[in-house]
Unconditional design. Sequence first.
Lengths: 203, 234
Amino acid sequence: MAAPNPDDRTSRAAAPDDAALLARIRRREAAAIGVLYDRYSRLVYSLALRIVGDSSTAEEITLDVFVRIWEHADSYRAERGAVRTWLTGITRNRAIDALRRRGARPDTRSLPLEAAEVRAAANSRHPEQAVEGSLLKERIRNALAELPPDQQRALFLAYFRGLTQREIAEALGDPLGTVKTRIRLGMEKLRRLLADEQRMPEE
Amino acid sequence: MTSVNIEDHWLEELPAYALGSLEAAEAAQLEAHLEGCQYCREELQIYEAVAASLAWSVEGADPPDSARAALLTRVARDREPAAAAEPRRRIPQLRPAWALLALAVILVGAALGIFLGPSAGPAEPTLRTVQLVGAEAAPLAAGTLIISMDGTHGTLVYDRLSPLGEGQQYQLWLIDPEDQRDSGAVFSVPEDGYGSVYVRGSRPLDEYTSFGITIEPAGGSPGPTGERALSGDA
């Protein structure tokens, strides 16, 4: 079976740059962390804001993520995935930690059922983020929109609220087995949809 | 294509693991399996990218400029651990609002003929500024200490300092070359974190080489005891 990586296509233009930037950051070039920041701060901040819900904590997390990259750029392993995936993982972990420290309990009713809340990123101050971000967002939004709502909701509760499958089952009052199935099917479908998109000719 | 015995793998759990939604005990078992299973590691990498793609579904928002400034300040500090030899009157790195203020001060100064005298001559009196950057208790805060032309007193302007509880206040420390600390001000911070405070020490301010702000019990302490919020060198 082919192993399509949703990072492949979109990062084709940016990947060498990202890897080169990380190499420069490892050599302690301050300008390189500035470029990486301009490229991904919007993604990092938006994700943190979505998870923690307040702008000052999101800003602290954003600063924390890039300081960590500055200090630990050598912990990135190119063979384990794209820089963007790594960066997103660090951000998500920090934000979920902040959420847990705060002791916030999930309010499942406030979760949007649809992913169509995403708008184009054209108003970013950084054109590079805006162009790449809007293309990728469109693909991901399209893919998410094809998921059944209960699968989408399970993925969102896991990813944005940091809930385990058991916690999701308790929060929604659904059997654990049902939640597990939704997560697995949702992720598999998202993988297929993103992989299908990859085969489309690039514009 | 290699044939894969599905039963040997953890394919059903990998998507949930990539989302961070397995229970701790299951996650530990899966991690033990991953150590010896190249196939599952590769599958996991794909699911991690799928999970990361969810981040891109979020409505975009730009972080405030202060985060970038704080990052670059932090990075610059790392790169120049011993900046002691810097000229005393270097132009400080300013945040945009301060840059505007500084520009206004310079323009007014120029109009009054204060600043822009012959550069080779003896130093003309100027309003000196010292930049304070956020420390562990307030990483996003910044401050500027403006010192009077005769060097005797000054005003501290700060931004993004969190208001403290009733029993605590911020205290500004004036640090001399022998590392002795004098109190320069004890102050509370308004809701929005922005404000100013008059600064005077037991000696003229231009005799001090460093400045620091710590969190102290209300009324101030004889010497710093709490976490640092801001610091900077003259």
